[in-house]
Design a protein around this ligand. Structure first.
Ligand SMILES: Nc1ncnc2c1ncn2[C@@H]1O[C@H](COP(=O)(O)OP(=O)(O)O)[C@@H](O)[C@H]1O
Ligand SMILES: [Mg+2]
Length: 335
């Protein structure tokens, strides 16, 4: 960040906020977020469902106006100069059904290229190149409705690059896809950023995805950025590796862990087959890890095994809010 001249950052976001008026009460989707994305960077907005990711992407791609604050893409204000912004960006979402069913994938891509006024021969060359990189070539002749979910999403991703955009906004680009398709799309995005110099900003709730392709990540929760940095620096900020325990019988409540000094939070999941619970505790240091194990034993549980594991991005989130993504999604909305 220190090397970034703010007048040069590709995406600049300052105190951006958005409130939705609903029947019963206003909903604060974004509560004043600020960050910058540099040219050629893959920047991830990571957070549980409802955190404000889609709202961020929609504002930056000029589909929604902010309530307050401002954002610029390539120096253009998204609220006041949307046409200029649209000229240098593109956008795609994993949730959309982006295509006309009864024309082929190729014609769909060609059609979108024509909305940008791209000469037909240039467009066709680009479609060939993008399709080749995305492993879509063999399916280009198929009607859009006949494509499998994976190939439809490859076509949707290709569409987001057909106008040779400088900046691409992607909302959950691999949601609901099989592992192989998700991997090919991530590889494609890396090449687009690293070799073509495009700036890519993606919203995701997939921690593995954020960790594997993002240069930097902003972790958001309830419309606020709670941490920002490279995946490595975020994990290093935790200090100590996570403490894992397998315990029996399956605990009803583990809240007592919050009162153990040096414990920043925990996640747990039940392994019904083995009739045990795995608890992952985010700790400050070795002593806190020992205290956490002791507290579980004192609470009457049998600790079957324990080990330490390098911290994950989710544990960065846990250390800041005390809960994991899943627990946040269950309780986060009506607090
Ligand atoms: N059009 C809308 N009207 C009312 N509330 C909305 C609207 N869009 C989003 N929200 C609310 O704003 C919050 C953030 O939503 P969103 O940006 O879609 O989150 P995410 O993409 O991280 O799941 C949620 O509480 C959501 O219910
Ligand atoms: Mg969303």
């Amino acid at each position: 960040m220190a090397t970034t001249n703010s007048s040069q950052a590709t995406v600049q976001v300052s105190e951006l906020a958005r409130t939705f008026q609903t029947k019963d009460k206003p909903v604060v989707a974004l509560d004043g977020i600020s960050f910058e994305v540099n040219e050629g960077e893959i920047f991830g907005v990571l957070g549980p469902n409802g955190a404000g990711k889609t709202t961020t992407i929609r504002i930056l791609s000029t589909l929604l106006l902010p309530t307050s604050g401002w954002a610029k893409v390539k120096g253009y204000d998204v609220a006041n100069e949307p046409e200029k912004v649209r000229h240098v960006i593109n956008m795609a979402s994993g949730a959309e059904k982006a295509g006309y069913d009864f024309i082929s994938a190729r014609t769909n891509l060609w059609f979108f290229s024509q909305l940008y006024g791209i000469p037909s021969d240039v467009a066709n060359k680009r479609i060939d190149e993008l399709s080749d990189m995305l492993g879509l070539t063999k399916h280009l002749h198929q009607k859009f409705y006949a494509l499998s979910t994976g190939y439809r999403q490859r076509a949707t991703i290709a569409r987001a690059f057909v106008n040779d955009p400088k900046v691409v906004f992607l909302d959950e680009p691999t949601i609901g896809l099989d592992v192989m398709t998700a991997l090919s799309i991530r590889e494609f995005l890396k090449v687009q950023a690293k070799e073509k110099g495009r700036t890519i900003m993606l919203a995701t709730h997939n921690m593995a995805e954020a960790e594997s392709i993002c240069d930097r990540i902003a972790i958001i929760d309830k419309g606020k950025i709670i941490a920002i940095g490279s995946p490595d620096s975020l994990k290093r900020s935790l200090g100590a590796p996570a403490q894992i325990m397998e315990v029996k019988p399956i605990p009803q409540k583990l809240d007592f862990l919050f009162s153990v000094s040096g414990v920043k939070g925990y996640t747990s999941f039940v392994d019904n087959e083995r009739a045990l619970t795995t608890i992952q505790v985010v700790v400050e240091d070795e002593l806190a890890a020992e205290r956490a194990i002791d507290s579980v034993k004192k609470a009457g549980y049998k600790v079957l095994s324990t080990w330490r594991r390098a911290a994950t991005i989710e544990e960065v989130f846990v250390s800041l809010v005390g809960k994991g993504f899943a627990e946040r999604e269950q309780t986060g909305e009506n607090e």
